[in-house]
Ligand binder design. Structure first.
Ligand SMILES: [Zn+2]
Length: 394
């Protein structure tokens, strides 16, 4: 049996007055998504456990079959996996953002989307200066700091995107001796980066300088069974997003690199569809993750969100549905990882609609894949980390 999990990041939404109180999923032209709903079973999926942040990492970990409460250890370890840094037993991985600070306030959590090349120069300088731990270059503003010692786990840190515009002194790491040390590193980074040639150059080009680092989201290497150990299935991920790639590494999945998969609105949908079909030949289960609807949700752009949904439908799901019947048996599930409602501009906790079709999956008289229709589906409401049990086990 072949299994396909197609995830439209942040695809679910709330009704919008601009759309006559309908959601983007309800108005989008998406015959293939509706076909999955019509031919299969529908329901609502709770992807974010109560009390946890509605991040894509948490949601996708759940979708891949692991209870985030038990297995989620932070963004740092995922970042480490995605750039190929192996964590030792006692290592604690922090996400290291380059940020812009003016007048003691955090102005920009990504330092004007600093390039990877520029980041790597700054990382080099940081490593020359700081003797505790080690910095690693990631992608753009998203970099990594490894602290050798598990005491760093109890340091309280704040995500920089949550404190934009606020005085940094109110949000620096706290809770104990190591927190003081981490705080010192952050503060001192300002002195080191302020007049760095890379920043002087950036200022000349009218770009915001990366004049400080921010360490947060730390965690240890998660210990989990791979998907193959759990289900005996060989799996792959197709995604443009580092955090999801990182998850895949811990779960023993092959990351299929798709040229042109950017993780943004301009992602090459057709290429994703093509590589997914190719990956099916030598994998039993594939996770296809498309970031574009989430980006549109964050930008509050209704038109782009509808377009992203329609692109997933026609360029990824359509070709897959053509291809899958050539295998003996298959099951496909279509879902969002969390809503990114246009009105809210960021992720919410609400359950998402999902549909499963394929071998021995019963129809339940739902004719559209959307938030409202899913409420009437036969699958009711369930938690996401049990989805694979349902998909594979039944
Ligand atoms: Zn997401």
């Amino acid at each position: 049996m072949k299994y396909v999990i197609l995830i439209g990041d942040g695809m679910a939404d709330y009704p919008l007055p601009e759309l006559g109180e309908k959601t983007p999923l309800q108005v989008a032209d998406k015959p293939h998504m509706d076909h999955v709903a019509k031919e299969g079973s529908n329901g609502l999926l709770k992807t974010i456990p109560d009390g946890m942040e509605p991040g894509s990492d948490v949601a996708n970990l759940a979708i891949m079959g692991y209870n985030p409460r038990k297995y989620y250890t932070g963004r740092g370890p995922l970042e480490a996996a995605s750039i190929g840094v192996k964590l030792k037993e006692d290592d604690v991985a922090f996400r290291c953002n380059f940020i812009t600070v003016y007048g003691g306030r955090l102005i920009d959590f990504n330092a004007d989307h600093i390039s990877t090349k520029e980041s790597s120069k700054l990382i080099k300088t940081l490593n020359e200066h700081f003797k505790i731990g080690r910095f690693y270059t990631g992608v753009s503003y998203r970099n990594l700091y490894i602290y050798p010692g598990r005491e760093a786990l109890k340091v309280k840190t704040k995500p920089p995107h949550d404190i934009v515009g606020e005085p940094i002194k109110d949000h620096l790491p706290s809770n104990g001796k190591i927190a003081e040390r981490i705080k010192q590193i952050i503060k001192e980074s300002q002195r080191i980066l302020k007049d760095h040639p890379t920043n002087i150059e950036r200022s000349k080009m009218g770009k915001r300088p990366a004049n400080m680092i921010w360490l947060w989201g730390q965690g240890q290497k998660p210990t989990m069974e791979t998907l193959e150990e759990k289900y005996g299935l060989k799996g792959a991920t197709i995604t443009g997003v580092d955090l999801i790639k990182g998850l895949g590494v811990y779960l023993g999945l092959d990351n299929i690199n798709v040229p042109g998969a950017t993780g943004y609105l301009d992602t090459d949908y057709k290429a994703k569809g093509k590589y997914a079909i190719k990956a099916l030949q030598d994998h039993d289960i594939i996770f296809i993750h498309v970031e574009a609807p989430d980006e549109a949700g964050h930008a509050g752009n209704i038109k782009e969100k509808i377009k992203a949904i329609e692109n997933i439908d026609s360029k990824i799901l359509g070709p897959l549905l053509d291809e899958l019947p050539s295998y003996n048996s298959f099951r496909l599930t279509l879902l969002a990882d969390h809503p990114t409602p246009i009105k809210v501009g960021t992720h919410t906790q609400d359950p998402v609609p999902y549909a499963i079709c394929g071998e021995n999956i019963k129809k339940d008289n739902i004719s559209s894949y959307d938030e409202e229709s899913a409420k009437r589906g036969s699958l009711g409401l369930s938690v996401a980390w049990k989805l694979l049990d349902k998909l594979i086990g039944s």
